[in-house]
Write a protein that binds this ligand. Structure first.
Ligand SMILES: [Fe+2]
Ligand SMILES: [Fe+2]
Length: 223
């Protein structure tokens, strides 16, 4: 069987790796050492921000593809996303409390609570992403072609702020492997499955790369 395009495993693997790094650091924190704790707190805040963004991305790019085939699963993941959001808030509030605690004993006591809560969040989150990989990928592969999924990936790269710098290069190399009809199909698929502002962004990016490709082709022919 051909290997299918996998939209979830790479971000999830990165998340797992960050979870283990943070867990290791949290296990050895000296709470009376402010610098030590604030370094962890900053990393935790950044990580939680990324996890929240990841859930939002799934809500925009993945769940609408799944909904027509498995509404219940989408609703379940939406509930889990809002529960994780609550858990993240608890973690950040506890980290604030530790930062503002008056004495080392209190910091240590709250630190133990943070350690337990972090591990509870990890347990819940690891199950969540396991379930996503287990159900979402299957539904996507059963109901969509790799060209459909490539369209979603192209749209995501053009839209996501942290991917935008590399998006033209990604679009360029993707288009190089597609025929004109496939590119037209890709744009139609994005238009019918994603919000209009995303479609506009992607259409602009694709047209730009398409124009460059045509120019290069013409120049090569003339040369
Ligand atoms: Fe998720
Ligand atoms: Fe996910």
């Amino acid at each position: 069987m051909n290997k299918r395009l996998d939209l979830l495993s790479t971000p999830h693997q990165e998340q797992r790796s960050r979870i283990y790094d943070l867990g290791k650091q949290l296990g050895t924190i000296e709470y009376s050492n402010t610098e030590n704790f604030l370094d962890f707190k900053q990393k935790l805040e950044n990580f939680i921000k990324e996890l929240k963004q990841h859930s939002l991305n799934e809500g925009v790019f993945i769940m609408p593809l799944i909904k027509p085939f498995d509404k219940e699963t989408v609703e379940l993941f939406e509930i889990e996303h809002s529960l994780s959001e609550r858990r993240f808030h608890e973690l950040l509030s506890l980290a604030d409390k530790i930062e503002n605690a008056d004495n080392p004993e209190q910091k240590k006591e709250l630190g133990l609570q943070l350690y337990r809560l972090f591990n509870l969040m990890v347990g819940e989150y690891l199950v969540h992403i396991f379930q996503e990989e287990n159900t979402i990928l299957d539904t996507l592969w059963k109901n969509y072609s790799d060209l459909d999924l490539t369209s979603i990936l192209v749209a995501f790269k053009c839209w996501a702020p942290h991917e935008r710098a590399m998006a033209p290069l990604f679009v360029k190399s993707t288009l190089a492997n597609l025929s004109a009809q496939q590119i037209d199909y890709m744009l139609q698929f994005i238009q019918s499955h994603l919000p209009n502002d995303i479609y506009t962004l992607v259409a602009h990016c694709v047209q730009q790369q398409r124009g460059e490709q045509n120019l290069t082709r013409n120049l090569t022919r003339r040369g």
